[in-house]
Design a protein around this ligand. Structure first.
Ligand code: HGY
Ligand code: MN
Ligand code: MN
Length: 423
């Protein structure tokens, strides 16, 4: 097969549309970990992997893992792993994560149709959870493969009070949620030649440069928090303004502090994406207020310095207002550098095709950053349309860019060579 068949781009977009039918909501795409929609999407992905000629298994956290086995003559074949997540944010886009599953499935189908085997096993992983939507802690699925899953998280509850353990127990796949099965699902790093992830850029850089593809240099570390502020409920009409312990007003001042502190450094960003007044009433001064914090930076030191300042500022504001504040860090994930030797193998393919080799950092987090704990990683970004918007139903890619990415991925796989062993 000299080049990938011209239909791969169309097939990828059609499958993304099909998968988007499985949603927890009307009129948009929400596919949270272990919901009925998630189970239907999981079943589709397993079937499509099988159709493409892979042997398929589902592990104890719900990852769907398809293996396109090496040429039988390759006795000690290593494993090159690729993939991304199929859970989504609330009312999200249909390509975030899913492009990095559907593209390799389409490519493997094309290799199988052309009778081409690779000199290594190719494992395509549909990671079951990355966004952290249901249980407020992310990268669950890749942390299992990287043998970094914290079993205490099985006790976390969702908005309906369902624990992760109960949700897994009801999922029905083998060993679901059993601590020993989760540990057994970890990958042996010695078997891995590397991990590569194709992902929509989720930003405007490739779009503004007029490029379809880019190679990622590093993935920004992120820290997420759940903050709870407690004050005193009292009558909205009779309590003078200087005698209040208003948890929501305190939270508002803290949220502006996040915005102000994270505006101080170019690569630093801070977001409060969730904000609640639990059991609030319009005529009662809020006794409690909860909010999330997501702090990221291009360097771990910049991120940690900002976190220290923000947590100290939250304490100061709480003390001045007679409030109490609890700040729970849920997922610290450090910066993950991509491996130059792997990046350059993507670069060589782009160069050979006469395409610009453009390298850029990722502000978004990805499964690759967890996999980087156990093996070398690289990422191929695909141009994001509609001004680069993502985590939004307007997220889009073109069929032509999907086709180009698939053709580059075919060439990358066919010329991939494991990292030379350091002498
Ligand atoms: O939040 C992120 O960066 C990723 O989309 N989970
Ligand atoms: Mn995402
Ligand atoms: Mn993603």
């Amino acid at each position: 097969m000299t080049a990938a068949p011209p239909s791969l781009g169309a097939r990828i977009l059609a499958r993304a549309a099909e998968l988007a039918r499985h949603s927890d909501m009307e009129g948009g795409l929400t596919c949270a970990f272990l919901t009925p929609a998630h189970a239907r999407a999981q079943a589709d992905l397993a079937a499509w992997m099988e159709d493409a000629g892979m042997t398929v298994r589902i592990d104890a956290i719900g990852n769907v893992i398809g293996r396109y086995a090496a040429d039988p003559d390759e006795a000690a074949a290593q494993v090159l792993m690729t993939g991304s997540h199929f859970d989504t944010v609330r009312d999200g886009g249909r390509y975030d994560g899913r492009l990095g599953i559907l593209l390799p499935i389409a490519v493997v189908g094309a290799l199988r149709d052309a009778g081409i085997r690779l000199p290594y096993h190719l494992d395509v992983v549909a990671f079951a959870e990355e966004e952290g939507l249901r249980f407020k802690t992310s990268f669950l699925a890749s942390s299992v493969l990287a043998d970094r899953f914290d079993a205490a998280l099985l006790d976390r509850v969702d908005a309906d009070g369902v624990t992760m353990a109960a949700a897994l127990a009801g999922a029905g796949f083998p060993g679901a949620g059993k601590p020993d099965a989760l540990r057994a699902a970890a990958v042996d790093p010695a078997t891995l030649a590397g991990f590569v992830e194709v992902h929509i850029e989720q930003g405007p850089v490739l779009l503004h440069r007029g490029l379809p593809l880019g190679i990622v240099t590093q993935i920004a570390g992120s820290s997420r928090f759940q903050v709870r502020i407690e004050g005193l409920a009292s009558h909205a009409g009779t309590t003078p303004m200087d005698m209040r312990r208003d948890a929501a007003a305190g939270a508002a001042e803290m949220i502006l502090l996040v915005e102000q502190r994270c505006g101080q450094v170019p690569s630093l960003v801070g977001t409060v994406g969730q904000l609640q007044v639990p059991n609030g009433s319009s005529n009662v001064i809020p006794a409690a207020c909860t909010f999330s914090m997501d702090i990221r930076a291009g360097e771990d030191g910049i991120r940690e310095a900002a976190i220290a300042d923000i947590v100290a500022g939250i304490e100061r504001i709480a003390t001045r207002r007679g409030l109490t504040a609890s700040v729970e860090r849920v997922t610290p994930v450090n910066n993950a550098p991509c491996a130059r030797w792997l990046m350059d193998q993507f670069g060589a393919v782009l160069r050979k095709r006469g395409m610009e080799v453009f390298e850029l950092p990722s502000g978004a987090g990805h499964d690759a950053m967890m996999m980087q704990r156990i093996t070398d990683v690289a990422m191929l970004f695909v141009r994001c349309g509609n001004g680069g918007i993502s985590h939004n139903p307007l997220e889009t890619i073109t069929e032509e860019d999907a086709q180009q990415a698939a053709e580059v991925f075919v060439d990358f796989l066919r010329h991939f060579r494991p990292k030379p062993v350091e002498q």
